[in-house]
Each structure stands twice: as structure tokens, then as C-alpha cells.
Design a protein around this ligand. Structure first.
Ligand code: FES
Ligand SMILES: [Fe+2]
Length: 427
């Protein structure tokens, strides 16, 4: 994506999007999304069963558990899972479920243990999950085979320093599943990053309705006129619909990232404020944001990369976690520029979240006649199609499905190399 040909092609695409007067001729009308996707108990239960148990989910940054014995208890709704670094340096994920009667092995958000001990009846496990000791072992039927009673492991794989988990033992390996995204991220300096701040927001709104708000830039003139709306030119946005449900947006900007940062009170180029993240040409000159399927949206700039994650607490309740990553600043407190950056983000997030609880009430109302999406909002429709594909369309009642119409508009790796205007209508 950052070779000269790809840059030229992407810039041509943005110019074409800015200049077009209508929707590309072969682009389909997107069917209204059924309100039940955001409101029904059944759809929520289907997601629990067929989506969240099969996908890679962001868990932690490996700097959160630097040494053997360090653990992190994950706060992913419905998942009783923790991470622990073994004596061999490897981070493993386990269900936080004692093999005796299910009491937890760890109860603190993070910490360090030499062994994992269930304090209920004191069964003790090694850091690699093996059951080492059982109190009063004589009371269990003999012979008692401890080797079959270790902790249940969950898959945990790394993308750079980011750790993801997947409960599906048969899932595609993380890097392979990320595909083009993993390659593209090589230009973003991701190994230089570390978490600098985490903000969480809980709202009475379905998780998809919440995430939809971050998958388009159609809204920026309406709700962000003085913040991101001042720097982005949404009419030139290029939306990449990628394999496995991932997407990418590349959007022209009206000011450089340094100018935008300065206008907000921080400057990644000024070493007294914050060290800047090394970026390739596209990321340095345009606004790039990816959606890592299903629930992670990650915009980047020269000052910070955010992970916005949308976690369903119930059918109509969502927690949005925003992890702000910055370039590693070494020892000591995070650099001064972060306060202004976080203050700016607080404003932007309030702008983004302001209508969502209203919209949730709307989709629950008989006055709501369907969720209508434009060409500009096609990443939302693609995310919904991808959710259904992952869950298995046959598992979803017909009246709750997002009818697939965007298959032909999925981006292919060769699209960057070919003249983009030959296939410009395709996504
Ligand atoms: S539940 Fe863990 S030792 Fe009994
Ligand atoms: Fe927004």
C-alpha cells in the first residue's frame, strides 16, 4: 500500500471520489438493515453462540505482562479468560476456571504469581496450566491422573505486540486471518507503540449500532464541525472492503497531521510534547482507519493510534473501550502532549456518542422503518454482511439477515497495482 504505484493509485481514487457526481453505476442500493438486528434477544443470542466464540478478539498489549508469572484478567463480556506469561516467555490464555469446581484462579485485573492457585480448595497449577498439586488427593478415586486436569487453554496469538484470543480451536491463525491488514500495518511503526491511556464509555445501545457510528465519515459535518470535521474532507474518502470482514478507510485531509495536532494543542513533532509515530506516506498525509473484524476500529496519526472496541454487555447495552497508543516514550510519565490529545478525544467521543441512545430508542419504536445506508456508508453494510457470514447465514432467521450484496465490491490485493479507475466502481 505504500509503494509508489499504490500511492499514486490511492490518490487517484481519492480525487475520483471527490469529483464524482453520483454513486458509481453498478453499485447496488443497500437493502435496509432490519431493526431486529439491533433489538432482538434472538439475534443477541445468535451472536453469542456463533460470532463471539469464533473470532479473534483483542486482549492486551504484551507490555502489560513483561515477566514470567505476570497475568492479566481480561474484561471481555461473557469471557472468563486470563493471560499469563510462562517461564518460557510465552503468553498463554486460559479459562479462569479451576478444574475442581470452577472457582477463579485470578481475581485481580493484573498481577504476578509464581504458581496459579485456586484459593477455594488450593488446587495449584503451573504457569503453563499443568495441574501440579491437589490438596487431600487421597480423597479422590485412585489412581488420580492430574495430567488430564490442567487449565483449559484458549488460543492466544500475537500481532506485533498486540495479543489476541480466539476460543475457536479451528480458527485460521491470526496473521493469516488479518491478511492484507497485517502487511499494510508494516508501514505504521506498530512495534514502537505502547498503551498510553484507556477510556471506557458505557451506553444503552446495541454494540453494532454503536460501532456503525465509527464506520463512516458522512456524519462529520453534522456532529464534528469544529473538531475532526475541520481537518477531514469526507467527500474524498476511499473505502476498502477487505477479505474476512476487515475494512479500511483512507480520507483526504485539509491540513497536515502536524497542523491538525497543533490546532488541538499537541504536536507530535515537538519532542517536549510527544514523540511522533513513524508513518508511511499514506498514513502521514491522509486519515487512515481500519476496522479489524468484528469489533475493533483503529485510526492512526503521527501522535497516536487508537483501538476502539465495542463490547456487548447486553442486547441494548455496550461498553466502548478506547486504548490510546503512543510511541514508546521510555521511562517516566507519559509526555505532556497527551493531556491535550485526550481532552480533544473526550470532546470527539461525546460528539460521536450523543445520538446513539436516541437511535436505540428509535429502532425499538414502531416508527422506525429500517436502517438506510448510502454508498458512503457501505463499510457498515459490509460489517453486517460479514457478521452474518461468520455466524452462518443458515443460522439466522431470514427476516434478520443482512442480504449480501457487496461480494463483488471487495478489494483485491492487485487493485493497488492496477489502474484504480478501471475498477473504481468496485468499492
Ligand atoms: S474450585 Fe478450585 S480447588 Fe476447588
Ligand atoms: Fe465521528
Amino acid at each position: 500500500m505504500d509503494d509508489p504505484q499504490s500511492i499514486t493509485n490511492l490518490e487517484k481514487r481519492m480525487a475520483w471520489e471527490q469529483a464524482r457526481e453520483t454513486v458509481p453505476g453498478d453499485f447496488p442500493a443497500l437493502p435496509p438493515l432490519p431493526a431486529g438486528r439491533y433489538t432482538s434477544d434472538l439475534f443477541f443470542e445468535l451472536e453469542q453462540k456463533f460470532l463471539w466464540s469464533k473470532v479473534w478478539l483483542y486482549a492486551a498489549h504484551d507490555s502489560q505482562l513483561p515477566d514470567p508469572g505476570d497475568f492479566v484478567l481480561l474484561d471481555i463480556p461473557g469471557k472468563a479468560v486470563f493471560l499469563v506469561r510462562g517461564r518460557d516467555g510465552r503468553v498463554r490464555a486460559f479459562y479462569n476456571v479451576c478444574s475442581h469446581r470452577g472457582a477463579p484462579l485470578v481475581r485481580e485485573p493484573c498481577g504476578k504469581e509464581n504458581r496459579l492457585r485456586c484459593t477455594y480448595h488450593q488446587w495449584t497449577y503451573d504457569l503453563d496450566g499443568r495441574l501440579l498439586a491437589v490438596m487431600d488427593e487421597r480423597d479422590f478415586p485412585q489412581p488420580f491422573d492430574k495430567s488430564t486436569l490442567g487449565l483449559q487453554e484458549v488460543r492466544c496469538e500475537a500481532w506485533g505486540r498486540w495479543l489476541f484470543i480466539n476460543e475457536d480451536a479451528n480458527a485460521t491463525p491470526l496473521r493469516e486471518w488479518l491478511g492484507m491488514i497485517a502487511t499494510e500495518f508494516d508501514q505504521f511503526g506498530i512495534d514502537t507503540l505502547r498503551p498510553a491511556a484507556i477510556r471506557s464509555y458505557t451506553l444503552e445501545c446495541n454494540w453494532k449500532l454503536t460501532m456503525d457510528a465509527f464506520l463512516e465519515v458522512y456524519h462529520i459535518k453534522g456532529i464534528h464541525p469544529k473538531t475532526v470535521g475541520a481537518s477531514l474532507d469526507h467527500r474524498g474518502a476511499v473505502m476498502g472492503l477487505l477479505p474476512n470482514g476487515h475494512t479500511r478507510m483512507t480520507c483526504p485531509t485539509r491540513m497536515t497531521q502536524a497542523e491538525a495536532g497543533r490546532s488541538r494543542g499537541y504536536n507530535a513533532g515537538d519532542s517536549t510534547q510527544m514523540p511522533s509515530i513513524p508513518l508511511g506516506h499514506i498514513a502521514a498525509n491522509y486519515h487512515v482507519s481500519h476496522n479489524v473484524f468484528p469489533n475493533l476500529i483503529t485510526p492512526t496519526s503521527d501522535s497516536a493510534r487508537q483501538f476502539l472496541m465495542f463490547w456487548p454487555l447486553s442486547r441494548t447495552r455496550t461498553r466502548v473501550d478506547v486504548v490510546h497508543h503512543g510511541r514508546d516514550w521510555g521511562d517516566g510519565e507519559r509526555p505532556a502532549g497527551w493531556e491535550a490529545l485526550l481532552a480533544f478525544w473526550d470532546v470527539v467521543m461525546q460528539e460521536d456518542l450523543q445520538f446513539l441512545e436516541w437511535q436505540q430508542k428509535a429502532v425499538l419504536s414502531p416508527g422506525f422503518k429500517g436502517y438506510r445506508l448510502s454508498y458512503m456508508e457501505r463499510r457498515i453494510y459490509y460489517a453486517h454482511e460479514s457478521i452474518d457470514r461468520t455466524m452462518g447465514v443458515e443460522n439466522i432467521p431470514e427476516d434478520l439477515r443482512a442480504v449480501p450484496v457487496l461480494d463483488a465490491f471487495r478489494e483485491r490485493p492487485e487493485d493497488f497495482a492496477a489502474d484504480p479507475l478501471e475498477r473504481v466502481s468496485a468499492g
